[in-house]
Design a binder for this molecule. Structure first.
Ligand code: VG1
Ligand code: CO
Length: 544
C-alpha cells in the first residue's frame, strides 16, 4: 500500500459535543479539517491494527466524499477491514448493531442527526466503540486534545471505492465490504417484535399508519420493514426517499418540524398511528389519532407494557432516563420494583448501564428511546414497539396513554428552546443560575417551594467516572422541576433549553394543555434565567 504522510495545519475547535463533532458543512470542507479529526481519533485509539471499522452515514451532503477520505485514512492507519453501508448509508442504530454483530473494533458515523443538511447545513462525525455505543467522554476528550496538537495525517493512495455494489474486495491488503444497509437491522427487529401479529393487524386494516421519514435515512428501513414485510400500503410512507439536503426539511421529529404529520394526526383523515424519525434514524415521534405522545411518557408507557413484547417478555432489569426527562418512568420503575437511573443528556451515558445489564430500556425527552438491543437510541424500534403494543392491547394510542395516566398520574411536561442566543448572554445566564442555586432551597414562589437546587454532576456507578456541569436542576416540594442546560449539538451561537414538569394526579385535569398547566412554572423559569429580558426574544424558538 502506498501511504502518504500529509503535513497539516492544526485546528483548535474540534471538540465533540453531546453526540460527536458537528459543524457547518463549510467548516468541514476546510482543507484537511475532516482528515485531521479522523487522524486525531485514530491516534487516540490503541490496538486496532488488522481489526475492522464500520463506516456509514445518514446520506446528507458531503457523506460520500467524507467516506472516501475516511476509507483511505483508516487503511493507512492499519485497519484490516472496513465494513460500509451500501451507498454509504447506515442509520445510527443500524451502525450500532453492525458494530456489535460483526465484532468490529468500532465505527465512524457521519451525521449531524436532527440538524438540517445541504451545502449550507451541518455535517457531523461520531466515533462509536466496540459495544456499538458512542465513545465515552474520556475518549472524546482525548480526540479533542490530540486534534489540538496534530501536525500530520496518513492517507493511502488508491482510487475511490465503489460504494454501490454489495460485496467484498481487497484493496492493497485491506478488506472492504459493502453491506446491505437494512438486512441485519430488519433481522434484529424480527427477533424482538411479533411480526406475525403486526402483519395480521396491518393487513387486515385494523391498524393504519403514517410514517414520515423527513427525507432522511429511515426511508429505506421503513419501506423494507413496514411496507415490504408488514404489508402497509406504500402511501403510508411520507418523504421516504433520502435526499442529500433532506428536501430542505429540518429533520427533527417534533410537532413543529413534523407539522404535516401532526396536522394529519389531528384531522378526520388520521390513521390509527403516526410516527416520524430524524436525520440519522435514532429519534422517534409517536402519535395516535388525535394525540401526541411526549417522549417522556412514551418511555414510561413502553416500560410499563414491556412484557407484552416478545423481546422483553421476561421483564426489565431496570430503566434509565436522562436528567431532564420527566419522572414518569420513575413511577413505573417504582411500581415494577426495578432500579431507575438518572444520567446526563446524551446516549453515551447509558452504555455502561446497558453493558452491565443494569437496565433494559432507556430514553430521553428529546424523542430518543432505546433498549439493550443496540447501544444507540432507535427510532424505528420505538415505532415497532408502539405498533406491537397497539396490536396486542387492541386499544388506540389515546386509550393506552390515558389509561397509563389514570394508573400512574400524569407528568405534564414541556421543553422551551431559545436558539442562536449570543454566546456571552448564554454564559451570563448560566453563571447567574450557578449563583442562584446556592440560595434557592427552601424559598417559596407562589405554590412552589424549592426542595433542592443543584448543578447536576453524574457519578457513573460502573466505571467510577464523574461528569460535572450537566445542567441546573431546581426541584420543588410537590415534585415539579425546572431544568436549565445549554445544548451541545448546535452549530450557531448557544441554545438554552428549559425543561419544565409538574405532576398531576387528578384524572379530571389530565387533558389540560401543558402550556397552560405549566404557566406558573414557565414564569418562574423566566424569573430565574431572564432569557427573554436578556435576549429581547418574546417567545421560545421551539416548544416541544
Ligand atoms: C440533543 C438532545 C439529547 C440528544 C442529542 C443527540 O442534545 O437534547 O438528548 O442525545 O441531541 O441526539 P443537546 O445537547 O443539543 O441538548 V441526535 O438524534 O441528534 O444524535
Ligand atoms: Co439523531
Amino acid at each position: 500500500m502506498h501511504i502518504k504522510t500529509i503535513l497539516t495545519q492544526t485546528y483548535h475547535d474540534q471538540n465533540p459535543g453531546t453526540s460527536g463533532l458537528r459543524k457547518k458543512v463549510s467548516v468541514f470542507k476546510q482543507v484537511n479539517y475532516l482528515e485531521n479529526f479522523v487522524q486525531a481519533i485514530f491516534d487516540s485509539l490503541e490496538n486496532y491494527q488488522e481489526k475492522s471499522l464500520v463506516i456509514g452515514g445518514d446520506g446528507r451532503h458531503f457523506n460520500r466524499e467524507a467516506i472516501q477520505i475516511i476509507i483511505k485514512i483508516a487503511a493507512a492507519n492499519g485497519f484490516g477491514e472496513l465494513i460500509i453501508g451500501q451507498n454509504g448509508l447506515l442509520s445510527t442504530p443500524a451502525a450500532s448493531q453492525i458494530i456489535r454483530k460483526y465484532g468490529a473494533f468500532g465505527g465512524l458515523i457521519l451525521s449531524a442527526s436532527h440538524n438540517p443538511a445541504g451545502e449550507h447545513g451541518d455535517f457531523g462525525i461520531k466515533y462509536n466503540v466496540s459495544n456499538g455505543g458512542p465513545a465515552p467522554e474520556k475518549d472524546t476528550l482525548a480526540f479533542f486534545e490530540r486534534s489540538k496538537i496534530l501536525e500530520h495525517y496518513q492517507i493511502a493512495e488508491f482510487p475511490d471505492i465503489n460504494l454501490d455494489a454489495i460485496g467484498t474486495q481487497t484493496v492493497d491488503g485491506v478488506k472492504i465490504t459493502i453491506i446491505d444497509s437494512v438486512a441485519d437491522y430488519t433481522e434484529l427487529m424480527q427477533s424482538i417484535f411479533d411480526f406475525t401479529l403486526l402483519k395480521q393487524s396491518i393487513q387486515s386494516g385494523y391498524m393504519t399508519l403514517a410514517f414520515d421519514a423527513m427525507s432522511a435515512i429511515t426511508g429505506p428501513y421503513a419501506k423494507h420493514i413496514l411496507v415490504d414485510i408488514l404489508g402497509a400500503p406504500i402511501d403510508s410512507l411520507h418523504n421516504a426517499q433520502p435526499l442529500e439536503d433532506f428536501g430542505g426539511h429540518h429533520p427533527d421529529p417534533n410537532l413543529i418540524y413534523a407539522h404535516e404529520l401532526a396536522d394529519l394526526m389531528f384531522s378526520d383523515k388520521a390513521p390509527t398511528f403516526g410516527a416520524a424519525s430524524d436525520g440519522d434514524g435514532d429519534r422517534n415521534m409517536i402519535m395516535g389519532k388525535g394525540i401526541f405522545v411526549t417522549p417522556s411518557d412514551s418511555l414510561a408507557i413502553l416500560a410499563a407494557n414491556a412484557t407484552l413484547i416478545p423481546g422483553y417478555a421476561s421483564g426489565l432489569k431496570g430503566v434509565a432516563r436522562s436528567m431532564p426527562t420527566s419522572q414518569a418512568v420513575d413511577r413505573v420503575a417504582k411500581k415494577l420494583n426495578i432500579p431507575c437511573y438518572e444520567t446526563p443528556t446524551g446516549w453515551k451515558f447509558f452504555g455502561n448501564l446497558l453493558d452491565a445489564d443494569k437496565i433494559t430500556l432507556c430514553g430521553e425527552e428529546s424523542f430518543g428511546t432505546g433498549s439493550q438491543h443496540v447501544r444507540e437510541k432507535d427510532g424505528l424500534w420505538a415505532v415497532l414497539f408502539w405498533l406491537n403494543l397497539v396490536a396486542r392491547r387492541r386499544q388506540s394510542v389515546l386509550d393506552i396513554v390515558e389509561e397509563h395516566w389514570q394508573t400512574f398520574g400524569r407528568d405534564i411536561y414541556s421543553r422551551h428552546d431559545y436558539e442562536a442566543v449570543e454566546l456571552s448572554i448564554a454564559q451570563e445566564i448560566m453563571s447567574s443560575l450557578r449563583e442562584q442555586i446556592q440560595t434557592l432551597p427552601h424559598q417559596t414562589f407562589g405554590d412552589y417551594t424549592v426542595k433542592y437546587a443543584d448543578e447536576f454532576c453524574y457519578h457513573d456507578s460502573i466505571d467510577g467516572s464523574t461528569s460535572a456541569n450537566q445542567g441546573f436542576r431546581i426541584s420543588f416540594e410537590n415534585g415539579s422541576r425546572i431544568v436549565f442546560r445549554l445544548s451541545g449539538t448546535g452549530t450557531v451561537g448557544a441554545t438554552l433549553r428549559i425543561y419544565i414538569e409538574r405532576f398531576e394526579h387528578d384524572c379530571a385535569k389530565h387533558n389540560q394543555d401543558p402550556q397552560i398547566a405549566l404557566a406558573q412554572l414557565i414564569e418562574l423559569a423566566e424569573q430565574f434565567c431572564r432569557v427573554k429580558e436578556r435576549t429581547g426574544l418574546t417567545e421560545p424558538t421551539v416548544i416541544t
